[in-house]
Ligand binder design. Sequence first.
Ligand code: NAD
Length: 366
Amino acid sequence: MHTTELTQPKSLNVFEEAAQMGHEQIVYCHDEHTGLKAIIGIHDTTLGPALGGTRFWHYESEQEALVDVMRLSRGMTFKSAISGMNLGGGKAVIIGDARKLKNEMLLRRFGKFVESLSGKYVTAEDVNMSPQDMEYISMETKHCCGLPEYLGGGGNPSPVTAYGVYVGMKSAAKHAFGSESLEGKKVAVQGAGSVATYLIEHLVKEKAQVYVSDIDEAKLAHVSKEYGATVVGLDEIYETDAEIYAPCALGATVNDETIEKLNCAVIAGGANNQLLDEAKHGRILREKGIVYAPDFLINAGGVIKVGIDYLDSFNMDRVMAMTDRIYDTCSSILKQADEENIPTQEAAIRAAMKRINDAKALKASF
Ligand code: NAD
């Protein structure tokens, strides 16, 4: 398994990509009656069951959905490994417009596919999925977490994810500016969704100045009114005078085009797969002196929360203690990357892979 150059190829040889990216299993799920079309990506189960959310998304092609699930599931392996969780990496995508297709029976049918994997894959929320949706899935499988609080689950993981992003951002600020304080810092937050809103709350409490963009006017109106965030245009978010860019919407927003526009010294956000091309854009950020807080490291709060909920009984003190450690892990990864003059993402992947390989050796021992 090594750093991938995978972006959006026109055609994909699944076995070749699986070999290059290190996937164990790709599962296609189809049900004509409900219209379910889903792909489950199981990347690596060395450390434990492959846990990762299900994303409901209107992909333009099946190819695009496959690329997404492969990249996301690989990211989950690294995320759990570097966070000290005994979990492997997996992810699922359901293809289609959630507003039109999502209903109880489709979600329960998907739950049956998850159950058929006997716990090798464990699902949770991701984009366009709610704790209520997890309740439907859980009617058909016990390998499901992030359930509503009234069912004994931990509920929405976004507040913990946002807290982890916040401490990761402070760690990156300390590395870049010599102080972890975000007071007076300008932060450009892309997205005004769940993670972004909780993040903005922390930032504003610390007296940072927030710019925000979203495609959803109602969400923008909320964060502007509630937190005094300055609304900017969808493309304008890359060109502000912010010292910190926080991608909290979709992946691949750090690419050839946007890197040219960014004036920031730090990138630290909640979105998965922020670098379009991990190796290339990781290198360019280093050359430009932009401190990149690896996405899977600082957005791990959510998997810590749902993972503890699944593996053990729910314990919020433990969740917060593990999420707080993101600060120190981020500091040591950024330092390591500087010492070796390598992209920060590469340093984080190395640390994650070391824990996975150490666990393999441990398994082989008495
Ligand atoms: P969300 O759906 O609540 O928010 C995403 C927001 O992005 C929405 O408000 C949407 O309108 C907006 N958006 C879409 N396209 C945009 C564009 N071009 N420009 C600006 N905004 C745009 O999702 P979320 O749960 O807040 O997750 C946000 C990101 O963080 C996702 O990439 C997700 O995979 C990642 N993430 C979330 C969690 C979690 O606990 N929720 C954990 C880890 C990673």
